[in-house]
Design a protein around this ligand. Structure first.
Ligand code: NAD
Ligand code: DAU
Length: 352
């Protein structure tokens, strides 16, 4: 197919905006359609630099609206789908699980149904790529890794909704021969990350001299990947991934939350010209997240072996780049932390 039409859902969010940018720039012969509802997490400022490119179109739509989604597929006849749109924050899924079921489960089924309907004549060259998370595998002890064969054991409403959508994507492959591929990735970090998530929230609080809330004792462990490395893996899997397969993506970069926060405080002290140890004084241990998964760690050897992918950005370098991006994008940060963010922050943190 020489001029494919590719639908990217959730392209105004954190990871989606990096994927949209990469596809728009790397594939000038593709028509890239970014479909996004623009929830609190979606922001067209994330794509200012590419919004006028001739191969880019933005569509404001809600994946939960099945009739509208089908109309859009009929109108544009997409050849491929990269599905990232989701409610993505675990803490919000604890306060409002239903919204996660609507968007992550129903929304995914609506996209699957629309793709199935318009590709019914021929599935040749078509592809539905579902982006998922390592959280579907549950929580690890201090050893071991999640492989593609690890049994699903989701433990938060967020991960349960993502697990459910993964199962549905595989069901459409087996039952309807829909040409699908999936990937499950570990924690991302980098630019355009909404400051409800640990790293950007801590950067924002350190900068504004507010407490850095660390859940429990800070001994939970996450495997961090620079977001542009995730976008590179998504590009490879979209083009080369075998149909029906799942690929794990990870940073091979495990950090205990409290150690990560200390590292971040060091970088912030340096960048803000503060004496060593100043920012770390803001660290505040708060009530733990309900059902807090202890450890995530990905075995991404399948992806490495099949496509030669590996994380290219070392954590120290990625963290420094991320801090520098936030410090030089105050307008963006002000835009996303005004209004509703204040209400969210009070509700989430004032009683902890
Ligand atoms: P995000 O919250 O930053 O962005 C989600 C985007 O989806 C937003 O632009 C939002 O407006 C859009 N959206 C939400 N509901 C929608 C709806 N009903 N209709 C249309 N658009 C809607 O999320 P993210 O961190 O960029 O995550 C993107 C995807 O990657 C998600 O599927 C998530 O589960 C997965 N993932 C995220 C991470 C991570 O570390 N952030 C890691 C692994 C997998
Ligand atoms: O593993 C992939 C997942 O990573 C993605 O699927 C999710 O969409 C993404 O949000 C992320 O989930 P986490 O829950 O791991 O990310 P978060 O940034 O919310 O939290 C990271 C760790 O830091 C976790 O152990 C909880 C802790 N934390 C988080 C916040 C927001 C704190 O200690 N304090 C905080 O204020």
């Amino acid at each position: 197919m020489s001029n494919p039409k590719i639908l990217i859902t959730g392209g105004a969010g954190f990871i989606g905006s990096h994927v949209v940018r990469r596809f728009v720039r790397n594939y000038p012969n593709y028509s890239i359609y970014n479909l996004d509802k623009l929830t609190y997490a979606g922001n067209l400022m994330n794509l200012k630099d590419i919004e006028d490119e001739p191969n880019y179109t933005f569509i404001k739509a809600d994946i939960v609206d099945d009739a509208h989604i089908l109309e859009l597929f009929q109108e544009h006849q997409f050849d491929g789908v990269v599905h990232l749109a989701a409610e993505s924050h675990v803490d919000r899924s604890i306060s409002n699980p239903t919204e996660f079921i609507r968007t992550n489960v129903l929304g995914t089924v609506n996209l699957l149904n629309a793709a199935k309907a318009i590709w019914a004549g021929s599935m040749e060259g078509k592809r539905f790529y579902h982006i998922s998370t390592d959280e579907v595998y549950g929580s690890l002890g201090d050893t071991g890794f999640f492989t593609e064969e690890t049994k699903y054991d989701p433990r938060s409403p967020y991960s349960a909704s993502k697990a459910s959508s993964d199962h549905l994507v595989r069901a459409y492959f087996h039952t309807f021969d829909l040409p699908v591929v999936l990937s499950n990735c570990s924690n991302n970090y980098g630019s355009f990350h909404f400051p409800e998530k640990l790293i950007p929230l801590a950067i924002h609080n350190i900068k504004t001299n507010k407490p850095i809330p660390v859940y429990g004792k800070g001994d939970n462990i996450r495997d961090w990947l620079f977001v542009e490395d995730h976008a590179a893996a998504i590009d490879l899997i979209f083009h080369k991934g075998r149909l029906g397969e799942t690929y794990n993506i990870g940073g091979e970069n495990e950090w205990k939350n409290i150690d990560l926060i200390h590292k971040l405080c060091e970088v912030m002290d340096d960048r803000l010209g503060r004496a060593a140890g100043t920012s770390a004084q803001l660290i505040t241990f708060v009530k733990d997240r309900a059902g807090h998964d202890h450890r995530y760690a990905i075995d991404c050897s399948k992806l490495k072996a099949e496509f030669g992918w590996k994380p290219s950005v070392q954590f120290e370098e990625g963290l420094a780049k991320t801090v520098d991006w936030y410090l030089s994008n105050q307008v963006w940060l002000d835009g996303v932390t005004s209004g509703d963010y204040q209400k969210y922050y009070e509700l989430q943190y004032e009683k902890r």
